[in-house]
Design a protein around this ligand. Structure first.
Ligand SMILES: CC(C)(COP(=O)(O)OP(=O)(O)OC[C@H]1O[C@@H](n2cnc3c(N)ncnc32)[C@H](O)[C@@H]1OP(=O)(O)O)[C@@H](O)C(=O)NCCC(=O)NCCS
Length: 302
């Protein structure tokens, strides 16, 4: 029978070992330093007596939570201990946690494909596949040339909150995980510490009809910075549907790269829906390289 328990501080070594087995050397943090879970994360360990042989971890991803789901960023069973119910037991624990928090289910983001038979056995399904793109060597991205009558500028708060929400809704309404934003949701972008107003860039038309036409947002993960990884992640970049195909996307990428350089950052990363071939082709044209695919799986709580 699988034994399962929530992570406790004394499980640090066991979790480190499993994280390195799942994600490779270094994934469990620095050897000798106690492994603790970042704020808001939860983990469960599973085994059948002896050292734990499996784990899963949830992270407080705001966007996933706002969509009523708990976000699972790791689910791993040590290969010799597979097919003994450990994966099922871990999922059950995470689903129970989701239910206890009043959430409708789980979304798991996984760099590896889970066996379809495991999904079928646990009532899960693949929701989406996202391609990770990365652009390093930002020095060679030309400085943006913004035509007269337009500008790219950082967010000004609170005046931009309502127009930014309207822009967000018009730009991203067809995205796979779209959720309509109000001014309050935009304000929350700046509360977590990853996104600063000066890293939230708007493309604006100054001529009539004046207004926002596009946006590019940079998020900086402080734990990555601490590890010496100077990568900025772009959670949102887009142009109003009626203004696409006119080079604004390239200007937004160049603006994001210029802002990242000014902030001492060295690379940009973003995720694109693998089903959106035009968007993937655009990032390749912009010098982004593919760095793998992230699968999104879903389980309902019921
Ligand atoms: C997916 C995974 C979690 C499944 O864990 P597990 O403990 O082996 O799964 P379970 O024993 O609970 O399987 C339940 C059922 O799913 C199905 N199943 C699971 N794995 C299967 C496989 N490889 N082939 C066919 N069926 C499978 C079976 O029906 C199984 O029941 P059964 O063994 O009685 O027939 C495990 O394969 C794994 O860790 N894969 C790697 C994931 C990874 O790399 N994570 C790191 C990044 S997040």
């Amino acid at each position: 029978m699988p034994e399962i328990r929530p992570f406790e501080p004394q499980d640090g070594e066991a979790l480190r070992r499993l994280m390195e087995e799942a994600f490779g050397p270094g994934a469990g943090g620095k050897p000798g330093e106690p492994l603790s879970l970042p704020d808001g994360c939860r983990a469960w360990l599973a085994g059948e007596g002896g050292a734990p042989a499996a784990f899963c971890r949830t992270v407080p991803d705001k966007e996933t939570l706002a969509l009523g789901r708990l976000c699972l960023d790791a689910l791993f069973v040590s290969p010799p201990r597979r097919r003994r119910g450990l994966g099922t037991a871990l999922l059950r624990a995470a689903r129970e946690a989701a239910r206890a928090e009043g959430l409708g289910g789980l979304w798991a983001y996984s760099p590896v494909e889970l066996p379809p038979a495991f999904l079928a056995a646990t009532g899960g399904r693949r929701r989406r596949a996202l391609r990770l793109f990365r652009r390093g060597s930002l020095e060679s991205v030309p400085y943006p040339r913004v035509p007269q009558g337009y500008r790219v500028r950082p967010a000004g708060l609170p005046a931009d909150l309502a127009p930014a929400a309207a822009l967000y809704n018009a730009v991203f309404s067809r995205m796979w995980n779209f959720r309509a934003h109000a001014a309050r949701d935009i304000a929350e972008w700046f509360e977590g510490g990853e996104t600063a107003p000066e890293n939230c860039l708007f493309l604006e038309s100054l001529a009539e009809p004046a207004g926002l036409l596009g946006m590019a947002v940079l998020a900086v993960d402080s734990s990555r910075l601490q590890r010496g990884d100077r990568t900025a992640y772009i959670p949102d970049i887009g142009v109003l549907p009626g203004h696409r195909g006119k080079g604004w996307g390239e200007i937004l990428i160049a603006s994001a790269a210029a802002r990242a350089r000014d902030a001492g950052l060295a690379a940009l990363e973003l995720l694109a829906d693998t089903e959106d071939a035009a968007v993937c082709a655009f990032y390749r044209r912009m010098g982004f390289e593919e760095r793998g695919v992230l699968q999104v799986y879903e389980w309902e709580v019921a």
